[in-house]
Design a protein around this ligand. Structure first.
Ligand code: 13P
Ligand code: SF4
Length: 322
């Protein structure tokens, strides 16, 4: 489906972050708005948000709240999921064009043909997917609950997993289950490679490597801990280690450092010339755009009702199973 937005383009000028945050907080009250932000957004967005979380925490927050307006500082599939769960609410996005290349790498027509090759398989898809893909799926999952959900699928039941081959491969190896994988990947996590990770580990022998399951197997095999963004954060709080090499999007380092100011966090290198592997789409969310979208009440997510109902089942199943 083409993205259907009433978009804004006005520029706000140069207000300070403090002033913008103050105005955003006023608008939140006036509009009865809830601001949700992913851990990969910039710190000033995380500071003004009502809830900061990973994909699962934000989907849950979008499901259960009394707000009239949800403002989603993340990427498109996240705001779309919030709209699917809340058809009567206004769901806003600071930047209408902050998409997820992983989600966009799995076109519905191709996925349908892929699925038709395995008619007996159950289809489990990562939440990083379009509504059309969710409508073709039996169960949605996030990196937080993928393992828990797949453990509930009877042994012997064929599973198609998409669109992230690295997350799917990680769960398949961990559970010793064969899964049919769609060959998609997240360009941010897939960019980490073994030689540079090993070099960083050699340079910081006192640090623990922790990694998101969207990373490749050659990286995950060296990690002391693998988990979703939320799980990595919790691990850094509870671990006795004092130093971590973090193989995920570096936006999470803000909250890691905030929770454990005495510990050291090193973003895992992508290569020597490009030390940070950043999600440019998440960084499209700025405080200015957040304020402007609340002022304008747009861009708002619009979804066709037939598609919404078709995709709702797989999201509801995820929320029930985890
Ligand atoms: P989680 O939020 O589930 O850790 O996923 C990471 C991600 O890449 C979100 O787009
Ligand atoms: Fe998509 Fe990767 Fe960015 Fe997450 S980090 S939004 S999966 S491109």
């Amino acid at each position: 489906m083409a993205r259907d937005f009433a978009s804004n383009s006005a520029s706000l000028g140069s207000h300070s972050h403090e002033e913008l945050s103050r105005r955003i907080n006023e608008l939140k009250k006036e509009m009865n708005a809830l601001v949700l932000a992913h851990y990969y957004t910039v710190p000033e967005i995380q500071q003004v948000a009502d809830i900061v979380g990973d994909s699962l925490a934000l989907a849950r927050a979008a499901e259960k709240n009394d707000a009239d307006v949800i403002v989603f500082a993340g990427v498109y599939f996240m705001a779309e999921t919030a709209k699917i769960l809340n058809p009567s609410k206004l769901v806003l996005m600071p930047d209408a064009f902050a998409g997820c290349p992983l989600a966009d790498s799995c076109p519905a027509e191709e996925f349908k043909r892929f699925k038709e090759q395995f008619p007996e398989a159950i289809v489990i898809t990562y939440i990083n997917s379009t509504a059309e893909i969710k409508a073709l799926s039996d169960i949605t999952c996030t990196s937080s609950n993928a393992e828990q959900i797949i453990r509930q699928i009877p042994a012997g039941q064929k599973i198609i997993f998409g669109p992230d081959r690295n997350l799917g491969g990680y769960i398949a190896r961990k559970l010793g289950r064969e899964m049919i994988l769609w060959p998609g990947f997240c360009y941010v996590h897939d960019a980490f490679s073994e030689p540079f990770i090993l070099k960083a580990c050699a340079e910081h022998p006192d640090a623990e490597l922790i990694a998101h399951p969207e990373c490749r197997e050659e990286v995950l095999r060296h990690a002391a801990f693998t988990g979703s963004t939320q799980a990595l954060l919790q691990y850094t709080v509870s671990s006795s280690a004092k130093k971590f090499i973090v193989a995920t999007e570096p936006g999470i380092l803000y909250e890691m450092q905030r929770r454990s100011p005495e510990k050291t966090f090193i973003p895992a290198p992508r290569d020597p010339d490009n030390p940070r592997s950043v999600c440019t789409q998440m960084k499209q969310n700025t405080l200015e755009k957040l304020y402007q979208c609340m002022l304008d009440r747009k861009p708002a997510i619009v979804i066709d009702e037939t598609l919404r109902l078709a995709s709702l089942g797989s999201i509801r199943r995820m929320l029930e199973m985890s």
